[in-house]
Unconditional design. Sequence first.
Length: 754
Amino acid sequence: MSSHLPRSVWRPASLPLAIVLSLASSAALADEAPAADDARTLDAVQVNAYRVTTHTSGATKTDTPIAETAKSVSVIAREELDARGVVNLNEAMRYVAGVVLESSGSDNRYDDFRIRGFNAGSESGQMTVDGLRAPPPGSAWNRGKIDTWNIERVEVLKGPSAVMYGQVAPGGMVNQVSKTPEPGQRQVLQLGVDGHGTWSSAFDVGAGTEDGRHLARLVGRYADGDTQIDTVKQKHWFLAPSYTFQVADKTRLTLLGYYQKDEGGSTYQFLPMDGTLIPTRYGYMKNTTFIGEPEFDTWNATVWHAGWLFEHAFNEHWTFNQSARHMHVDSLYRGIVTNGALNADGRTQARRQASGLGDADTDGIDNRLVGKFSTGAAEHTLLLGADWRHGDQTGSRLQGPRATPTDPRNPKPIDIFNPVHTGLPAGFPDSIGLSGGKTSQTGVYVQDQIALDKWRLAFGGRYDWFKDESWSQSCTGAGTCQPRSATTRLKNEAFSGNAGVLYAFDSGFSPYLSYAESFEPSTRTALDSFDGKAFDPTRGKQWEVGVKYQPASFDGLFTLAAYDLRKKDDTIPDTDHGNVCGAGGITACYISAGETRVRGVELEARITPLEGFSVIGALSRMDSELVKSGTVWEGKDLAMVPDWMGSLWGDYTFQSGALEGFSLATGLRYYGPTLIVGSSLGTITSGYPENIPSYTLWDAAIRFDLSRVTDANVMLSLNIGNIADKRYVTTCTGTSSCWYGTGRTITANARWYW
């Protein structure tokens, strides 16, 4: 170890921001493993039980234990991702409290979800990879998605996190931590096939010099085949190289690369409310039915990024860390979608064309100085940070004829119960909307975490300066364009703060109280304001009280939390004064007076009470209200926010006897009813329901670890999601826009280790 940082200072580069001590890291396990010529050398690192992640950097950007962090944090580690056969973020968070999944239904393009009632997925453009923001969405379909095979763990941060990350949604955010080189890394090859006919191969290999100064890793995956939706095929692959150089005893640099390609069709479909949420006289349409056109519907996307993680320890008290990355996304989407509600015959659906393409880039850098020192009896972990982010995006949205469903330029209507695809549409497009813009944010932040006997105090503050520029342009299908609009510029600044107090009892119980803020730039321009001034950012504020319990007798972490979360200063129509605004002075003015509230209670546990037996449980109660909006929705619940959610997953591996190495796992997920509110409906249409009904889904897994009984280090697994193939609607925004959730998925994998 002479060429490395001392063990007390060395930190795996695989952790975001390169500053976290991971007590469950495979490097630590390698020290305890038997000799390499033992046939069971790899038993300790194969999935026989889940290790609870005790430290993670996402919440505080320091090595503070999760059990001593006055905030709800959920971490899905690599062992759990493998055991549950996870292939996307929605699947990763199936057993996390407060997270509502599949906002856009079964969607192979990206992951949309909500945390504590607020959008936090791809559509929000606020997810992070290794602590740095993904590109701005650009066009409606231009959003980055990272393959979870390259993810070491998923960090779900509940509530406002602006002090660490700047402008974010109030409900929470997700940080994806990439795999990076590790000393003594195991090699992995996986071959698989799913029930839809998609074959896949994946690998995760690494190497290094004997002295550990140079470490390299290469991760990749290839998948090709059919999807849940009839006739829709998708080809997907990625490669992710990384390299770590131990520059000196106290200096480390890790270079990260990633390139991903998606080609094929899209499972994203607008579906009619009749036939999905409510039956017609012919019943319900299948959750596999495709109402588009195979020759036309397309989803092609490219995602790549390159960056580094740098760490230098000045001494045992002060460490400097830097994360930097450039990320690019470009995509093409084409689809034949619904054009109005289902026809009166109860089975045919008028259709129209929609397409979009665009590209987005973002550059980000985050600098952090961490100091550990004492003042009297108080031990401080001081974080000083400065970050910068710049994004640039362009996009186009192409629309086919839609005003008259019988227009011959529209695709022919289709029978949703017996679809016959009629080929390419006759005319395209009818109109083209071009748009583009740039965003930038510069922030400075400070956080002081104080340990005073059993007390843990945390105080943080951040100041941000941000700018947004946007433009638009309208064109006809023939290519005649109006002059580009004047560039709209928004320049503002905001302060965000947080504070928390926690008491760590020797028994493992840690009650806590915290307050946190967030902000997001307003979506309205100064033209919408009566006085012509730019709107202030919307603000999120949350109070949270809870208790965490980390038992000493077994591996586990329990969290019970109650919170009051509010989003204020949303722009809403000024219905009280009758003022008019807009470029022509013909539209209503807006004011910053909107307010949304979500109150909730969450219970979550990840425990391994017995050797080989792990349990994950989550229970959520949410009470949401649109407190003030200036619309007919005022006083109603929020869409996609069920009153109750619950999930339970159990996983047991037999440790001896005839079934040694055999694992059984099963889980249930319940989602309560949610209110239908959408821009297409305005108010609940007469004759249609007000709620999407509740649904319960059943998952299971079977594994067999051949290394327990043979010399072969092979894990065979079969994962089944939604065993009963439950047909359910995740959300509706109108009579022509409902989305089915993921049906039954069956995945068989063989994974080799060496």
